[in-house]
Design a protein around this ligand. Sequence first.
Ligand code: ADP
Length: 186
Amino acid sequence: MRMVFIGPPGAGKGTQAARLIEKYRLAHLSTGDMLRAARDAKTEVGKKADEYMSTGQLVPDEIIIDIIRQRLAEPDCQGGYLLDGFPRTIAQAEALDRMLAETGTPLDVVLELRVPEDELFNRLAGRGRADDTPQVIRQRLVAYRQQTEPLLAYYTGKGLLESVDGLGAVEEIFDRVTTVLDPLAR
Ligand code: ADP
């Protein structure tokens, strides 16, 4: 199964993703994790990305598209993957479509985890990551609304979008998500 997991910061994608990759045996491609690893390793890409991450802005499309292109070519992705945090802009989604068209491996589903914005702010403020200060959180929510939310219409248009309510207990949400994914798993 090739899936995109989409949702605002704080929606609980990471928690659900960890369970989903286990259940469906998928490679977990989290661009946030990749960028934090690059930043901590102080690579050129990592240093550049940190300029954006530390203020809650999206890193430039070219950087992230290159990372994903290389990652998708690796052997563990051939059996299916969960994209977590990518694409985050229409340009990224279009680049992904082109890559997947080249290899004849289209997406199976785009799953949206839906959580109201006031709940997100409270969750993020309680988390304590370096980019979880109130001002940076606000900027990340704005980036989501302005740059990422348009993807919902984009993928609806392609008939790929499925939305799941992200409020409730972790187990409950997992049940909702797997109810949608089970018929698509192979
Ligand atoms: P969040 O908890 O906000 O969902 P992530 O852990 O996915 O965040 O990503 C953290 C930061 O990394 C983002 O705020 C952004 O600066 C950068 N980032 C991650 N993925 C992307 C992407 N696909 N495009 C641009 N920037 C990204």
